[in-house]
Design a protein around this ligand. Structure first.
Ligand code: ADP
Ligand code: MN
Ligand code: MN
Ligand code: MN
Ligand code: MN
Length: 336
């Protein structure tokens, strides 16, 4: 029996690419999804006269929606020449992961997002305009009036598990209609592949409810939390010593602007210094400090080893770029 492979990739839209996908029917005897192609002139990745772009499978997993033998196939986009497409940030990430392989980097990403109605008002905001009661009861809340969209979260979480993804938890967030799921810990490239598949599954499941999934960093102006993608990271030295954790924070501090400029669209709108953020143009780190750029969890201080959390990446960040920059920054010896 033939089966279906959903090929997923990132388009060329700026500043934030979108996920795209299409279905290939694979014959019974085919066990590895082959290279495929698409019309790059429809995705801002090519001109009409040279429209062919190449889909190179990099990660596959069971398709939890179609079930059976069907699969999801995360792809990187290549040029017909065989070189990576300019929009392919995964390729550079994989190279850096290889270069620093002996540091055994691990990442855990906390993907926040907002569920919107078709008119782009958040679920949990009054229909027809106006504002809900102020923030407070919604974070990790339960019950009508505090929570909306839970059915989507339940389906998405089970779908990630059924797909074999390393989803490590979920929670309702501070703003109504806002949620989080976590992926990891995984290596720099794998965490990006799995986050992209998990994002795709979320968009796909929410379709069935006519709900829009927004990764916008500040979907509601005013006294409402933005949406981030806190990036927890460690190398093998950090998992063995507290000195290595401080060293990593100091190295990021020495390079903090280059990083924050690559942490997603609208970073300055979200990182204001309020709503559990540090100002985007200042660097700080501290134990348990949710107002710092980098937080060292209390348990890590107690254990004297573990990981640190860069709180600055936006919900709309590119995971391959963020993990690449952190890997390079904390593992490159200081210039003498
Ligand atoms: P928070 O308290 O900030 O909400 P979460 O529980 O949402 O924390 O997320 C913590 C993340 O840290 C998880 O995704 C987990 O996989 C990740 N994590 C745990 N240990 C490590 C480690 N040693 N290196 C990198 N990430 C880690
Ligand atoms: Mn979290
Ligand atoms: Mn959160
Ligand atoms: Mn938050
Ligand atoms: Mn966090």
């Amino acid at each position: 029996m033939a089966y279906q492979a959903e090929y997923i990739w990132l388009d060329g839209y700026e500043p934030t690419p979108s996920l795209r996908s299409k279905t290939k029917i694979l014959h019974d005897e085919v066990t590895e999804p082959p290279i495929w192609g698409f019309d790059g002139s429809s995705t801002e990745q090519a001109t009409g006269d040279k429209s062919d772009c190449v889909l190179k499978p990099v990660f596959k997993c069971p398709d939890p929606i179609r079930g059976g033998r069907n699969i999801l196939v995360m792809c990187e986009v290549m040029l017909v020449s065989g070189r990576p497409h300019p929009t392919n940030t995964r390729n550079a990430c994989a190279k850096v992961e290889k270069k620093f392989a002996d540091t055994q980097m691990l990442f855990g990403l906390e993907q926040e997002y907002t569920m919107l109605r078709a008119d782009r008002t958040p679920l949990g905001f009054p229909e027809g305009g106006g504002l809900p009661a102020p923030q407070g009861p919604y974070y990790c809340g339960v019950g009508t009036g505090k929570i909306s969209g839970r059915q989507i979260v339940e389906e998405h979480t089970q779908a990630c598990i059924d797909a074999g993804l390393s989803i490590s938890g979920t929670n309702p967030e501070v703003m109504p209609g806002q949620w989080e799921f976590q992926v990891g810990p995984l290596g720099p490239t794998a965490v990006g592949d799995q986050l992209n598949v998990a994002r795709w599954l979320l968009h796909r499941i929410a379709e069935d409810y006519d709900v829009i999934i927004s990764f916008d960093a500040k979907p509601e102006k005013g006294d409402w939390n933005g949406a981030g993608c806190h990036t927890n990271f460690s190398n093998v030295a950090m998992r063995e010593s507290y000195d290595a954790i401080i060293d990593a924070c100091e190295k990021i501090g020495a390079n903090f602007m280059e990083l924050v400029e690559n942490y997603g669209d609208g970073v300055a709108e979200r990182l204001t210094g309020s709503h559990e953020t540090a100002p985007w143009d200042q660097f700080s780190y501290g134990v348990s400090d949710r107002g710092a750029s980098i937080r060292i969890p209390w348990q890590v201080e107690k254990d004297g080893k573990g990981y640190a959390e860069d709180r600055r990446p936006n919900a709309n960040m590119d995971p391959y770029t963020v993990s690449r920059l952190i890997t390079e920054t904390i593992n490159t010896p200081k210039a003498k």
